[in-house]
Design a binder for this molecule. Structure first.
Ligand SMILES: Cc1cc2nc3c(=O)[nH]c(=O)nc-3n(C[C@H](O)[C@H](O)[C@H](O)COP(=O)(O)OP(=O)(O)OC[C@H]3O[C@@H](n4cnc5c(N)ncnc54)[C@H](O)[C@@H]3O)c2cc1C
Length: 288
């Protein structure tokens, strides 16, 4: 690895000053589970690295009236251990549980997962269906973007060279809806997703869906919503027939890419299967 100068500020303002001063030349380090590998392999060779890990203002998890706010330095393990997130957003907990092994989950952060902008990033689809917003900060000020506006394409975000991701926030999904995260990879554990899916569905007293959000990862350059299938489910109970029809529909709705991990056809079929599996599990939990 090429030599570099490391800065480890404790204050956010100092970090933003450093980014402005080294604009474009500096790399940002959170857990380092992605960046350090790319540096080791020579894919990136920064002159300077900004280590965020000592900035306590980026490390928080709180509920504020009806919103939940997550600091970018919250690790996947901290998501797993959070009573708040286990209660309110089990789908995000389920997603973080599937990320890497425990060493990766202990170091890897939510902010790093987003800023990596991998189409297969496992924390991203849950944040899509939770209608999360990202807060970005620089010396020029702050801006808040809906999560879908944060990504440009694979590995690309809208972050300017002098900007940091400083928070992720979303409304508490009350009353507790049906929700799940499912993923398929090469292996049962320690695998990058071939397809992943997050589902959030609010039902009425009779168990009919009032509102549904479905997001899929690894089927397109960025995470996508399955709007046609969401619309189909609204007004219906998740009976076996409805689940089957929704699964068939999502297979035709997604426009997957074929790559070294999977063919297009395989990704289509898996998309349908993940929806069927996730909804069937939710049904089983609800009815014991
Ligand atoms: C063995 C292994 C297995 C893995 N398995 C999975 C998996 O199953 N699922 C999955 O989704 N990912 C997986 N990953 C990828 C990675 O661990 C995760 O994406 C992790 O969340 C990255 O977080 P980090 O804090 O380590 O990021 P870092 O490596 O520190 O940073 C990642 C990128 O984000 C930028 N960045 C980080 N924080 C900020 C910020 N606040 N503002 C602006 N830019 C920022 C960095 O500059 C860098 O470009 C795996 C990685 C490894 C090595």
């Amino acid at each position: 690895m090429k030599d570099f100068q490391l800065f480890s500020p404790t204050e956010l303002e100092e970090a933003l000053d450093l980014l402005t001063r080294h604009c474009g030349q500096m790399r940002i380090l959170a857990g380092g589970t992605d960046l350090l590998i790319r540096m080791r392999d020579g894919q990136v060779q920064p002159e300077t690295v900004l280590d965020l890990t000592r900035i306590s203002a980026l490390h928080f998890l709180r509920q504020d009236s009806n919103a939940i706010e997550i600091g970018p330095l919250i690790t996947h393990t901290e998501v797993l251990c959070s009573p708040l997130l286990n209660q309110e957003t089990p789908l995000l907990v389920q997603a973080c549980r599937t990320i890497g092994g425990w060493q990766i989950r202990n170091r890897g952060t939510i902010g790093g997962n987003l800023c990596n902008a991998s189409p297969a990033g496992d924390a991203v689809p849950p944040l899509y269906v939770l209608a999360a917003e990202c807060t970005l900060a620089s010396r020029r000020g702050r801006r808040v973007l809906p999560i879908q506006a944060f990504f440009h394409g694979p590995g690309q975000t809208v972050l300017a060279p002098d900007e940091l991701l400083v928070g992720i926030q979303f409304p508490s999904p009350q009353p507790t809806p049906l929700q799940f995260f499912e993923k398929i990879g090469q292996r049962k554990a320690l695998a990058i997703s071939k397809v992943n899916m997050a589902f959030l569905g609010w039902t009425d007293q009779e168990g009919r869906f009032q509102k549904v959000r479905i997001a899929l990862g690894a089927v397109a350059p960025t995470v996508v919503r399955a709007v046609r299938t969401e619309d189909y489910l609204v007004g219906k109970r998740p009976t076996a027939d409805v689940i089957q029809a929704a699964s068939d529909m999502i297979e035709t709705e997604v426009q997957p890419i074929g790559d070294i991990r999977s063919t297009e056809q395989y990704r289509r079929e898996v998309s349908g299967e993940l929806l069927r599996l996730g909804l069937a599990k939710c049904q089983k939990e609800e009815h014991g």
